[in-house]
Design a protein around this ligand. Structure first.
Ligand code: NAD
Length: 363
């Protein structure tokens, strides 16, 4: 039976990447019944200014699985991130970002195989923010002062960082279950508990408790700054990294840089009975509509989706076909060539053609 999947093309380079991905997914022989849904700035006027219309959420809730392209967020004003809103609305608390080296990718590192698991709903991304100079910010500062706290400068904007026992427990437990399901040997909790004792300190305490309850998988922890250094010095010592929201965002981009850049970094967001597959990168508006962007991160997110849908053989064949195209180094986009203006670079859709050719040989 065909898999009913919500397909959100997104904006910027999203529509080109999701189209290329849809083609290679179908070429595996797995069957899909796509429910195409639009979100983002381009459709908000049709929906009373809402960039995340209700039918999009309803479709994902009904189908339980979505493949999503990136969606632009205005910087420093305008609407809140559709991506963050989506994760919150559907309680997609766990983001999984595997970072794996493929032979032929230009990088300072080879043989990286890390998985970053990021808590998606709490931390400084909770959206609890007070603008500098507003009554609410003033009131909050006064309240803080009454509690004995002090701010160096009173003209401050304030973002609140909640980390709960419940949220920390479920993300760390998720990381152990992921490790066990995927034959991983170790989970490392990433934190800054030496400085933020009531948030990161709580996170670390809970992570250690969960670690003891899952003693069949090795557990350790690292302070985030030390973690960043160690990842570039000896990445082979690490395996699954479980992080609160902000560190997870940053550390996963660091790891993406180690495996050839954002064009190679897939991802997925999981909640109870819902999964959305999307690359780590954004909508790269400067490349929109140019058939130039690398579709591999979006396609590798598609590979993750195939595994989730238990299309294990299709997942394996698609990943191998992608790996072969990378290894050959001919039908790849500009970012995978030795120089960024290499005239032999191909476009997004030609990468899909090359992968489909490889799948054809194998079918
Ligand atoms: P970005 O990831 O879109 O782009 C940064 C740079 O990385 C690009 O200029 C480009 O050089 C390169 N790049 C990214 N993806 C690439 C690809 N597939 N192929 C080749 N090169 C690629 O990050 P940004 O510029 O910080 O963000 C642009 C927009 O995307 C913002 O509005 C941001 O909020 C949004 N965003 C969305 C998501 C999401 O939808 N999940 C994630 C991150 C950022």
């Amino acid at each position: 039976m065909a898999h009913r999947v919500t397909l959100i093309p997104g904006d910027g380079i999203g529509p080109e990447l999701t189209e290329a991905t849809r083609r290679v997914l179908e070429a595996t022989g797995a069957e899909f019944d796509w429910d195409v849904q639009q979100a983002g700035a381009d459709v908000m006027d049709e929906h009373g200014g809402n960039p995340l219309p209700e039918p999009v959420l309803a479709s994902i809730r009904e189908n339980g699985v979505a493949l999503k392209g990136p969606i632009t967020t205005p910087v420093g004003g305008g609407f809140r991130s559709v991506n963050v809103t989506l994760r919150k609305a559907l309680d997609l608390y766990a983001q999984v970002r595997p970072c794996k080296s493929y032979a032929g990718v230009r990088s300072r590192f080879d043989d990286v195989d890390l998985v970053v698991i990021r808590e998606n709903t709490e931390d400084l991304y909770a959206g609890i923010e007070y603008e500098e100079g507003t009554g609410a910010a003033e009131e909050l500062i006064e309240w803080i002062e009454r509690q004995g706290g002090s701010l160096r400068h009173r003209d401050a904007g304030i973002s609140i960082k909640p980390l709960s026992i419940t949220g920390s427990r479920r993300i760390v437990q998720f990381a152990f279950e992921y490790a066990r399901r995927n034959g991983r040997r170790k989970v490392t909790a990433v934190h800054k508990a030496n400085i933020m004792k009531f948030t990161d300190g709580l996170y670390l305490r809970v992570a250690r408790e969960v670690g003891e309850e899952n003693a069949d998988v090795e557990f350790d922890d690292r302070i985030v700054d030390n973690m960043s250094m160690q990842l570039v010095q000896r990445p082979e010592e690490y395996d699954v990294l479980v992080c609160p929201n902000l560190y997870g965002d940053i550390v996963s981009d660091l790891c993406a840089g180690m495996i050839g850049g954002l064009g190679m970094a897939p991802g997925a967001n999981f909640g109870e009975g819902i999964a959305i597959f999307e690359p780590t990168h954004g909508s790269a508006p400067k490349y929109a509509g140019q058939n130039k962007a690398n579709p591999m991160a979006q396609m590798l997110s598609g590979v993750m989706m195939l595994r989730y849908l238990e299309e294990t053989d299709a997942a394996l064949r698609l990943e191998e076909a992608i790996a072969e195209v990378i290894r050959e180094g001919t039908s790849v986009t500009y970012d995978m060539k030795p120089s960024r203006d290499d005239p032999t670079a191909v476009g997004t859709s030609q990468v899909a053609d090359a992968i489909i050719d490889k799948l054809g040989v194998r079918v």
